[in-house]
Design a binder for this molecule. Structure first.
Ligand SMILES: [Zn+2]
Length: 170
């Protein structure tokens, strides 16, 4: 697997103009709020970009969550399985706006306000998209969050039980 988006070296100390072209072509990576806005406001636009000869894969294989172009469908789908991508989905589960509010609230001695959790799924593949699947940004309801907590607690208890069982056998 290649590294289509390997970080460009910092050319700041390079006084000559040899690297001017590569500097101009290097895209600024988006920060999380910007990606958050993309997901909410223009996922379809970004998943159906016009051909851009300067972008990897001509801008036809874009990961919305990581704001990265890939050279082909295969590379994009491989990327969906990577830690980098999964970590990003996790980061995007926290609404950046409620996150900010929660931090402010904590600063005022109130820890009750937690950032709202969102369901973050990888964007649809080309086939899924053509079949009608779209990017959604939805919040977990309190009920769903509670049942997730219960499930976690239950599986924790279950694993404790199996340890006890093993100890009894020994
Ligand atoms: Zn990604």
């Amino acid at each position: 697997m290649g590294r289509p988006q390997a970080k460009a070296k910092n050319h700041r100390h390079n006084g000559n103009l040899k690297n001017k072209r590569s500097l101009r072509l290097k895209r600024k990576t988006k920060d999380l709020d910007e990606i958050d806005r993309d997901l909410k406001e223009k996922p379809d636009e970004l998943l159906n970009q016009e051909i851009d000869l300067d972008a990897p894969g001509f801008a036809q294989h874009y990961c919305l969550h990581c704001s990265k172009y890939f050279i082909n469908q295969r590379a994009l789908e491989d990327h969906f399985k990577t830690k980098v991508h999964k970590r990003r989905l996790k980061e995007l589960q926290d609404d950046p706006y409620t996150q900010e509010e929660a931090e402010k609230a904590a600063g005022h001695g109130s820890f009750n306000k937690l950032p709202a959790k969102r369901k973050m799924e990888t964007q649809p593949t080309k086939e899924e998209y053509n079949a009608g699947k779209r990017v959604k940004v939805e919040y977990y309801t309190q009920q769903e969050l509670d049942s997730m907590k219960k499930k976690n607690r239950k599986s924790l208890n279950d694993s404790k039980l199996s340890v006890d069982d093993q100890e009894m056998k020994n």
